[in-house]
Design a protein around this ligand. Structure first.
Ligand code: SF4
Ligand code: SF4
Length: 478
């Protein structure tokens, strides 16, 4: 480019354009939610689940079964006691079965009614509900709490806050203690607590679990559901247009607006929503269901309950906010039609698979042989020739008695002609204990060609029905 060209060049000034852009901070400080208490059909269900789950959780470790705790996961001795069952690490398959059943149940419930687990049975919901109940008893309902929090500190405020935290911490520590009571006999743990002799691990887990309960239910609350729970992230993948979800009937509710109870909404060109905002005030995650389905919604139905009370007061039909499906809303289905579509092939397939796995697990548990045997060849002793010209191999057998009474077991061996157990073939194992025994097995010198031969140990329980076969190898030297 020469100088002449550059002197004729038009200079276009760069002027910043006006845009609609606004600066959005990626950090939004957390606004405390004060959920208003609510009563109604779904609230009763939620409280029913709170009572049921907590009766089970707090009560189970105190139940006795014979001479021991009914449910105890004794990690030290690697035995799980569940009522009449004694499970060993070798019974890991049942734990896998329970996990598969839990996962499939979650898929099933989510396909039927969205976040049913979150709204009614998740520990986060359950403990938040209990902590909120304590908060309400000590500090009053929503408006009283909001007013008090806005005021400067006073003797009344300090006393109520201190009492609330004392009750929260007590409950949280009791929860931690109960949790540890599933792994250590809870009565012994109570005694250790009174004598201040709990082990460091027991103290750690009591405080850790208690602290997690206090923090999650007292402070984190909806933040756990919104930002920490992985289920909240992927549950929408299990929804479809026939999943029951809490929905605002916008067609019926809009245009929303305040009016007197006697006014005719049609003449005012208003829908059924009186815009009272109660559905927002009761929401534990602080969302407005009228904006449509949002990932924060845990499907608790509190907004449906409170809206029904508003509809009752106004003399309108209930169900402006209700559990329904996307298809039912768009196609104006009746309740019966909606349910017919809810029970769709996907739901029936999940139910069938779940049923098969549950039955298989129950059958397997009922047919379970109440003892286990592990066979290990004694590597220290090679095959040898003993007096009488017989060949002898030595094995170590671990016999585990999964019953709660002493048992005798008879050991025999098959697989080669003339194969016999040359040591004591009767073994006694104490209740729920395991025992290693050395077993000498002999065979005639010319029973088979030199090399390794598969043999079977046949173990019979003498005092109760049960038979096991375990394979091993019998070596014949050259
Ligand atoms: S509670 Fe019902 S009537 Fe009140 S604002 Fe919510 S949807 Fe509208
Ligand atoms: S929107 Fe309704 S159902 Fe969803 S979390 Fe809030 S109160 Fe519960």
């Amino acid at each position: 480019m020469n100088n002449q060209e550059s002197s004729h060049r038009k200079i276009i000034p760069i002027v910043p354009q006006e845009t609609d852009e606004v600066m959005v901070s990626l950090y939004a400080s957390h606004e405390k939610i004060y959920p208003r208490s609510v009563s109604g059909f779904f609230s009763n269900w939620r409280w029913g689940m709170v009572v049921l789950t907590q009766l089970v959780f707090y009560g189970l470790p105190w139940l006795e079964w014979g001479q021991r705790q009914a449910v105890l996961f004794d990690l030290g001795s690697r035995r799980f006691y569940i009522f009449g069952l004694v499970l060993y690490p070798q019974d890991f398959i049942y734990l896998t079965g329970i996990l598969v059943i839990s996962a499939l149940s979650l898929f099933l419930f989510t396909a039927v009614a969205g976040r049913l687990w979150c709204g009614y049975a998740c520990p986060q919901t359950v403990y938040t509900e209990i902590f909120l109940w304590i908060e309400k008893k000590v500090e009053g309902d929503r408006s009283a709490r909001m007013r008090r929090d806005a005021k400067p500190m006073s003797a009344d405020k300090l006393t109520r806050k201190a009492l609330k935290h004392f009750l929260w911490i007590s409950l949280a520590l009791w929860t931690g203690f109960t949790f540890v009571g599933y792994f250590t006999p809870i009565k012994d743990l109570g005694l250790e607590f009174l004598q201040m002799s709990m082990s460091s691990w027991e103290v750690f887990w009591t405080f850790f679990y208690g602290f997690a309960t206090y923090g999650n239910a007292g402070f984190m609350r909806e933040q756990v559901c919104k930002h920490m729970c992985p289920y909240a992230r992927f549950q929408s993948a299990m929804f479809d247009k026939d999943t029951l979800i809490v929905t605002y009937d916008a067609e019926r509710g809009e245009p929303r607006g305040a009016r007197s109870r006697k006014a005719d909404p049609a003449s005012l060109n208003l829908g059924a929503c009186v815009d009272c905002s109660l559905c927002v005030q009761v929401c534990p995650t602080g969302i407005d269901i009228r904006k449509g389905l949002q990932y924060e919604c845990i499907g608790c139905g509190a907004c449906a309950d409170v809206c029904d009370t508003v509809m009752d007061k106004m003399g309108y039909a209930r169900g402006l906010v209700k559990y329904t499906t996307e298809n039912a809303m768009s196609q104006h289905w009746s309740r019966a039609q909606t349910w017919r579509h809810v029970l769709r092939p996907r739901v029936l397939i999940y139910t069938a698979i779940l049923g098969v796995i549950v039955i298989a697990m129950l059958v397997s548990l009922s047919l379970r042989v109440p003892f286990k045997v592990d066979v290990v060849r004694d590597r220290g002793v090679m095959a040898r020739i003993v007096p009488g010209g017989k060949i002898e191999n030595v094995y170590r057998l671990q016999v585990m008695n999964a019953t709660e009474s002493n048992q005798r077991y008879k050991i025999a061996v098959t697989g080669l002609p003339g194969l016999v157990v040359a040591s004591d073939s009767l073994v006694m194992v104490e209740s729920t204990q395991s025992r290693w025994v050395a077993v000498r097995v002999q065979a005639p010198f010319d029973t088979a060609a030199p090399g390794s031969h598969t043999i079977q140990f046949q173990i019979d329980s003498v005092d109760s029905p049960g038979h096991l076969t375990e394979k091993s190898a019998f070596l014949i030297p050259r």
